[in-house]
Design a binder for this molecule. Structure first.
Ligand SMILES: Cc1cc2nc3c(=O)[nH]c(=O)nc-3n(C[C@H](O)[C@H](O)[C@H](O)COP(=O)(O)OP(=O)(O)OC[C@H]3O[C@@H](n4cnc5c(N)ncnc54)[C@H](O)[C@@H]3O)c2cc1C
Length: 291
């Protein structure tokens, strides 16, 4: 362990250990990327930030920080609402937003391989050009990154029917390490096949771990076919403002895949003449284009 007395000394030691890295030490820039959207959460002062460009660079940064006893705080777009991307005193902020390449779209197997800084909506657009769809839709999808979505297991309105981020992560590459192994180790976890049942589900463990298990540097994602029929929005009726516990008369048949719903006092489901159900009134506030 290096005897380091000040932030300047720490930054210099880090720069010496990472001669090719573009370290950021400007206090204004550090202040701007040293926190997320949780205004209530405490924020520390970082020693430096690094806008990572590759898995290898992340590996070297994590190893150097371990040697220097400098904590590492990974960061995507900083849209988190829990302070997870907030700097702690004396840390390196590891900004993954620049690693934003869609590495591969495998249309035959409906799989995408992406770097962690790809913005959710950008991925959706990229796969849509191939007739495919990536369903997880946090409301921050125009800004938040896949790496951040993986770290927080993000989900939006579509999760009710199509699942959350964890349901779409087949595998990932992560820079890990700890007392039992070398810091900076690059680990490939998971699979890219539809079926994968052997062994521990380390990929699933990683999803939602908020950067505590390692830094995600590549993600292999399951895709779905894009819907070609016209989007439909379905609204379930509710006459009270309290949460609904029981299905209302005329609600979709038991066992059917639930529609994405919004609350409304105007009835929207009504039985049709043949006894099935159908949507009637237009939705006041469309929630998701996939019914
Ligand atoms: C307007 C708005 C709407 C939102 N709506 C939703 C919503 O509908 N559903 C929802 O789930 N969340 C929502 N959020 C919260 C936030 O957008 C999500 O948590 C999102 O997944 C964070 O992504 P990010 O790229 O901004 O990550 P950041 O905020 O930068 O980081 C979030 C966490 O992930 C870690 N992390 C980031 N990248 C990596 C990486 N590559 N490897 C390891 N750890 C990493 C960070 O250390 C931190 O702990 C919303 C936020 C806002 C501001």
């Amino acid at each position: 362990m290096c005897p380091i007395s000040s932030y300047d000394d720490q930054a210099k030691a880090l720069a010496a250990a990472l001669p090719d890295a573009r370290l950021i030490t400007d206090p204004d820039v550090l202040a701007s990327i040293g926190h997320d959207e949780a205004e209530w959460a405490p924020v520390g002062t970082p020693v430096a930030a690094l806008r990572a460009r590759s898995s290898d660079e992340v590996s070297r940064a994590v190893a150097a920080c371990a040697d220097l006893r400098i904590p590492v705080v990974p960061r995507g777009a900083g849209t988190g609402l829990s302070g997870g991307a907030n700097a702690v005193d004396g840390c390196l902020v590891l900004d993954l937003s620049g690693m934003n390449a869609v590495v591969e779209i495998d249309t035959d197997n409906m799989v995408a391989v992406v770097q962690p800084g790809v913005v959710n909506d950008d991925l959706k657009k990229a796969v849509a050009e191939h007739g495919l769809w990536y369903p997880p839709d946090p409301a921050s999808a125009p800004w938040s990154t896949i790496g951040g979505n993986v770290a927080t297991n993000a989900g939006g309105l579509c999760c009710l029917k199509y699942g959350v981020t964890r349901d779409y992560v087949l595998g990932l590459r992560a820079v890990v390490g700890g007392p039992a192994g070398a810091y900076g180790t690059v680990a490939d976890l998971g699979r890219r096949t539809t079926k994968g049942v052997a062994g521990y589900d380390l990929t699933g463990l990683f999803v939602g771990s908020e950067g505590t298990l390692g830094v995600v540097t590549e993600v292999t994602l399951r895709l779905r076919p894009a819907r070609r029929d016209a989007p439909r929005t379905v609204v379930a009726p509710s006459t009270t403002s309290s949460p609904r516990a029981a299905p209302s008369p005329g609600s979709p048949p038991a066992g059917s895949s639930p529609p994405l719903s919004n609350s409304s006092t105007a009835p929207a489901w009504r039985p049709s003449r043949n006894g099935s159900t159908s949507a009637s009134a237009p939705a006041p506030r469309p929630t998701c284009s996939r019914a």
